[in-house]
Design a protein around this ligand. Structure first.
Ligand code: GCO
Length: 424
């Protein structure tokens, strides 16, 4: 089998502002983390202090041998109040982008990676019909100031996350609605109380903030799709050459006997329904971590005997190949914008990356148009509700001293990138 990647292949690692920068105090998540009764294991705090240490981190990424860096610009910093643009924060991101270019690292910029300004939640968040235009205005402000430095834009990270979370029953019993005739459980009561407190803090209502990522209602999904399309147009109007795409969380859907029909429904909900909104995009951002076995009733539990990651899902690096093959049918260039594993055992990460990349090579051999691979994540960082316990990084971070330590997987990916081939 060929083991070479195409010339110009983007080799990188990804981060997201809230998970690494630290002190993202004007965002909705900061409120969720700090409101009593929080479901977050711990607050994000200083995170990896990447807001201050970005130069070292980008230099380190470059020295490893990687040639691309996917990171996000934080809306809550750029537009701290509606319509008020912070020039100082744009200047910060200018420095981040310039540092990338100094080291010959291609930046892939995400405009929204889960966190939103507090004020957006007050105005109805991702269910408000005003949000697409507000998001597009922010995108335009970013591109006007920084556009010449930004070759790739991911508008919204995992626009389908609301659907995915609902499917995985991540928030089961936490929707504040007990079925008729049933007692509201203690857990649900506590969750509702926390949501009410968050809503007070955000001058909003529990209905508006309860789906603090995106919700899975048709109306909310329509808002997310419109936000993507309007932002893409805003970006293109300022900088037509910028390559624009959305990113989607895609587990490989594997129908089990009798599960074909359900699998087709899930494929539509998680993926196909977003295709019309992506028609004008330049690329598709593929994000994959595991597979999803589907039976007639829905997603099945992990297969017995399978190795699990720290996220409690199956260690299944081959899922990336399956997802790329599905997405390839849309006929657009693909960039793997996230693929990774949460583990304390870095040798499992080494194995994961190798096997995932073998899958990418098989896709390339079949002529599929994969342009790059961004490992999630550069650094061990804030894994949302789970806090700092899951370790996704190529690089470990001491959160007291902020010292960085390369793991063997970092050297492996750097070596593969430098040689642009998978070596045994
Ligand atoms: C996501 C996000 C990342 C996560 C990563 C690991 O895919 O949920 O883009 O922010 O940290 O996926 O779970």
């Amino acid at each position: 089998m060929m083991n070479e990647f195409p010339e110009g292949f983007l080799w990188g690692a990804a981060t997201a502002a809230h998970q690494v920068e630290g002190n993202n105090i004007n965002s909705d998540f900061w409120v969720f983390e700090h409101t009593p009764g929080t479901i977050f294991a711990e607050p994000s705090g200083d995170a990896c202090d990447h807001y201050r240490l970005f130069r070292k981190d980008i230099q380190m990424l470059h020295e490893l041998g990687l040639n691309a860096y996917r990171f996000s610009i934080e809306w809550a910093r750029v537009e701290p109040e509606p319509g008020f643009i912070s020039r100082a924060s744009l200047y910060h991101y200018r420095e981040v982008l310039e540092t990338c270019h100094e080291y010959g690292v291609t930046p892939l910029v995400t405009l929204h990676h889960f966190t939103s300004p507090r004020w957006l939640m007050k105005m109805g968040g991702w269910e408000s019909p005003e949000t697409p235009a507000r998001f597009a205005a922010y995108a335009e402000a970013v591109m006007r100031e920084l556009g010449t430095l930004i070759p790739y834009v991911c508008t919204i990270n995992e626009a389908n996350i609301g659907v995915l979370l609902q499917l995985m029953r991540f928030n089961s019993g936490q929707d504040g609605q007990a079925p008729v005739g049933m007692e509201v459980s203690e857990r649900q009561k506590a969750y509702n109380a926390w949501m009410e407190a968050c809503a007070r803090e955000l001058n909003s209502t529990p209905e508006r903030v309860k789906n603090f990522l995106f919700s899975a209602t048709d109306a909310a999904i329509a808002v997310v799709k419109q936000a993507h399309e309007q932002a893409r147009e805003a970006v293109k109007a300022v900088r037509p050459e910028a390559q624009v795409g959305i990113t989607l969380a895609l587990s490989e859907i594997q129908p089990q006997p009798g599960g074909e029909e359900m699998a087709a429904r899930l494929r539509y909900a998680l993926y196909e329904q977003f295709l019309p909104a992506m028609a004008g995009d330049d690329f598709i951002g593929v994000q994959n971590y595991t597979r999803m076995r589907v039976g007639p009733q829905g997603v099945l539990p992990n297969e017995e005997g399978m190795e699990l990651t720290q996220m409690n899902y199956e260690f299944y690096p081959e899922a990336l190949e399956g997802v790329i093959r599905m997405v390839a049918q849309a006929g657009k260039p693909m960039i793997v914008t996230e693929n990774g594993i949460g583990t304390e055992d870095d040798s499992r990460r080494v194995e994961f990356i190798r096997r995932a990349l073998k899958g990418v090579l098989r896709c390339l051999a079949d002529g599929l148009d994969v342009r790059g691979y961004m490992y999630w994540s550069l650094l061990d960082n804030f894994e949302w509700m789970l806090g700092y316990r899951p370790k996704f990084g190529l690089v470990a971070v001491d959160r007291i001293t902020q010292e960085r330590t390369l793991k063997p997987s970092a050297r492996l990916l750097g070596q593969i990138a430098r040689q642009n081939r998978l070596v045994d």
